[in-house]
Design a binder for this molecule. Structure first.
Ligand SMILES: Cc1cc2nc3c(=O)[nH]c(=O)nc-3n(C[C@H](O)[C@H](O)[C@H](O)COP(=O)(O)O)c2cc1C
Length: 330
C-alpha cells in the first residue's frame, strides 16, 4: 500500500503532518511524532510581534494604522511569556533538524510586510525544509476595505517569498468575501502551498470576573467540513498544493481530505489530546480503510471527490444547502 504524497515539493511518506502546536516545543515530542509515523512537523510559530519587539523596530502593525500602535502593543504578551525568543527559535529549528529525519517546516506568524520578514531567511538558514507563513488578522477597522486587507496579505507573502529558496505555504483564515479569488491571488503571489484554515480562537465572556477570556477549545471533527469544502472547490483552480487543518482527528478524516484534493492533512488538537502516539492509530485507520475499499495509493484518491468536474460549483453549493435544510426532520 502506497501512502506517499508530495507536498511543497517534499516527498512525504504519508499525508499525516503535525500542525503547528506546543508539541513541537520539545525535541523529544517531535522525536515521538516521528517514531509514531508522522511524515513532517510544522514547528510552532515565531510571531512578528516577538521579532519587532526584540529588534526594537516596532513597525509591525498596519503602516496606515500607526497611530493605534502604542495602544495595540499593550495587548500583546510580554516577551518572557513566549517559550523562546527569535534567536532561540532559530536554534530550536536547527536542533529539530538534527534530531529527526522527517522534514521540519518552520512557521512565521504575522500580518504586515515589515523588516521582521527577514526572519524567513533566517529560518531557512537554520535548516527548515519549508516555511509556513501564518497570516492571522481580524479586520476590525470599519474603514478598512476587503481590497486593502487582501493587498496587505499579498504584500506580506511577496516580501517573504522574495528572499527564500525553500517553499512557502500560506496558512489563512476563512473570512474573505470571495475566497476562491483571493486564493488565486495568493497563488499568483508565489505561495507553494495553501493551508486551510486557521481556527479563530473565539473569546468568551467570564461573567463572574467581567473579563474577556480568550481560552482555547480543542477542535471536534465536524470542524473539518470547512476545509473539506474549500479544498474541493479550489482543487484544480490553483497551482499551490492544498493542505487542510482544523478538525482532522481520524484516519477517515485524512482520507476525506485527500479525496477533496489535499496533499497533506495536518493535526494538532487530536495529538494534543491523545499524545504523539495517536499518529500510529491514524495511519492504521488509513491503511484499514484503503484495504477494505481496495485502494492501492493515496495519490489515486487525491482530488477524486473535488468539484473539479462540477460544471457550476456555485449552483451545486446552493443545491446542497437547500437539500441539507430540507433533509432535517423535526
Ligand atoms: C494550543 C495550540 C497552539 C497552537 N499554536 C499555533 C502556532 O504557533 N502557529 C500556528 O500556525 N498554529 C497554531 N495552532 C493552530 C494549529 O496548528 C491548527 O491549525 C489548529 O489547531 C486547527 O487544527 P486542529 O483542529 O487539528 O487543532 C495552535 C493550536 C493550538 C490548539
Amino acid at each position: 500500500m502506497d501512502l506517499k504524497t508530495k507536498y511543497l515539493g517534499l516527498e512525504l511518506k504519508n499525508p499525516v503532518v503535525a500542525s503547528a502546536s506546543p508539541l513541537s516545543q520539545e525535541v523529544d515530542n517531535v522525536k515521538k511524532l516521528e517514531d509514531a509515523g508522522v511524515s513532517a512537523v510544522v514547528a510552532y510559530s515565531l510571531f512578528e510581534e516577538q521579532i519587532s519587539h526584540e529588534s526594537g523596530e516596532l513597525d509591525h502593525f498596519l503602516s496606515h494604522h500607526a497611530e493605534s500602535h502604542a495602544e495595540a502593543t499593550s495587548y500583546f504578551p510580554e516577551p518572557e511569556e513566549f517559550v523562546t525568543g527569535p534567536y532561540e527559535y532559530l536554534d530550536h529549528i536547527a536542533n529539530l533538524k538534527k534530531a529527526v529525519d522527517i522534514p521540519i517546516i518552520g512557521s512565521l506568524n504575522g500580518v504586515s510586510a515589515g523588516g521582521w520578514v527577514d526572519y524567513a531567511k533566517s529560518i531557512q538558514d537554520a535548516g527548515a525544509d519549508a516555511l509556513e507563513l501564518n497570516i492571522y488578522y481580524v479586520a476590525t477597522d470599519p474603514n478598512l476595505t476587503g481590497q486593502e486587507v487582501e493587498d496587505m496579505y499579498i504584500e506580506t507573502i511577496e516580501a517573504v517569498k522574495k528572499n527564500l529558496s525553500i517553499p512557502v505555504a500560506v496558512k489563512l483564515g476563512p473570512f474573505f468575501t470571495a475566497f476562491a479569488n483571493f486564493a488565486k491571488r495568493v497563488d499568483n503571489a508565489g505561495a507553494d502551498g495553501l493551508v486551510l484554515f486557521n481556527r479563530f480562537y473565539q473569546p468568551d465572556f467570564d461573567l463572574e470576573k467581567f473579563e474577556v477570556v480568550p481560552n482555547i477549545e480543542l477542535s471536534g471533527n465536524w470542524e473539518m467540513r470547512l476545509p473539506l469544502r474549500w479544498l474541493s472547490i479550489l482543487y484544480g483552480n490553483v497551482k499551490a498544493d492544498l493542505a487542510a487543518t482544523s478538525g482532522i482527528n481520524t484516519g477517515v478524516d485524512v482520507i476525506k481530505i485527500m479525496m477533496a484534493g489535499g496533499k497533506a492533512a495536518m493535526m494538532a488538537s487530536e495529538l494534543l489530546k491523545k499524545g504523539p502516539e495517536r499518529v500510529t492509530g491514524v495511519l492504521t485507520e488509513i491503511k484499514e480503510w484503503m484495504e477494505e475499499k481496495e485502494y492501492e495509493s493515496i495519490q489515486q484518491m487525491q482530488g477524486s471527490m473535488s468539484q473539479k468536474s462540477v460544471a457550476e460549483p456555485a449552483a451545486f453549493e446552493r443545491a446542497n444547502y437547500m437539500k441539507a435544510l430540507r433533509s432535517y426532520k423535526a
